[in-house]
Ligand binder design. Sequence first.
Ligand code: ADP
Ligand code: MG
Length: 343
Amino acid sequence: MSEKRTEISEIGEFGLIDHLNQSIKIKHQSTIKGIGDDAAVIDIENERVLVVTTDLLLEGVHFDLTYAPLTHVGFKAVAVNISDVAAMNAIPKQITVSIALSNRFSVEAVDALYAGINAAAEHYGVDVVGGDTTSSRSGLVISVTALGEVSKDRLAYRSGAKENDIICVSGDLGGAFIGLQILEREKQVYLSNPGMQPELDKYQIVTGRQIRPEARMDIVYELKDFNVVPTSMMDISDGLASELFHISKASKVGVTIYEDKLPIDKQTFDTAVELGLDPITCVLNGGEDYELLFTIDQKDFKKLEKHPDIHFIGHVTKPEGGKNLVTKSGTVVQLKAQGWQHF
Ligand code: ADP
Ligand code: MG
């Protein structure tokens, strides 16, 4: 055994995945895309492909049952996977659900979890086709795998953005992060004084964004209706800045976005200010919004221009252009990819 020990924190989550990827060799021609995008892409017929994605959620790391009801945890576990299918511009069809349970969980608790899983399966039109159940020493672990289909000419990778494309995001950003700060704050208040009832009424939008996120399948269906294929796409799970870095790297392009175009909900803005946080930093680096980030060719702009929930935040440049944010005062600052640090 070698003496060398490298801490995972030295290379980070993405560095670790890159590292693992180097040890993996693709054997089949039908494996069109392996590691490195929102979902793997597998050839099934001449015209269509299968996309496959999986995510692992751990109690205490990805969800906290002191404020997230089991039913919402079940819904979220499905939604985050559907979001990765949406990010490929594909239509989800099946999921598998694997769970590990400690003896703290009863049949009724598992029923509550599955009420959310089944509600999400219904909502996104997918079948639950299998999974695995095992015991855990501590807490709940949920892993969902989602399968989706898309015709090859509609598939959207992270890698297709080209100079002069327009950068778009759906919905608004930063809400899930702000929601988490509120839930954590109220949890601390409750823990230090269990007699106190949490004050959550005025924060329902942001806490909802954190506890029960939506995958933007509606945008995928609308892009199809408008006959638009994004040149690149991914979902915003780690934060806008981090995802722009992924698109920039995969597409070998630069990106410029404009502060005054960034979509933020009023409640997110007001709560950020209340918490002493910079709202724009929350928009750029808050995670778990599960909105879609995509680029479109200029020729498609007219088709989406009037869409109430698609925002045009910037444009794609030559790689030498770098990754920039133009502030409201017109100053150009370099984007930093902070994202989530799990390690
Ligand atoms: P997402 O936020 O969309 O879930 P990730 O950053 O988790 O994306 O994953 C990026 C890519 O790395 C995906 O292609 C995913 O399948 C792959 N990946 C992540 N973890 C592993 C692992 N432990 N082994 C192999 N591939 C992995
Ligand atoms: Mg993942």
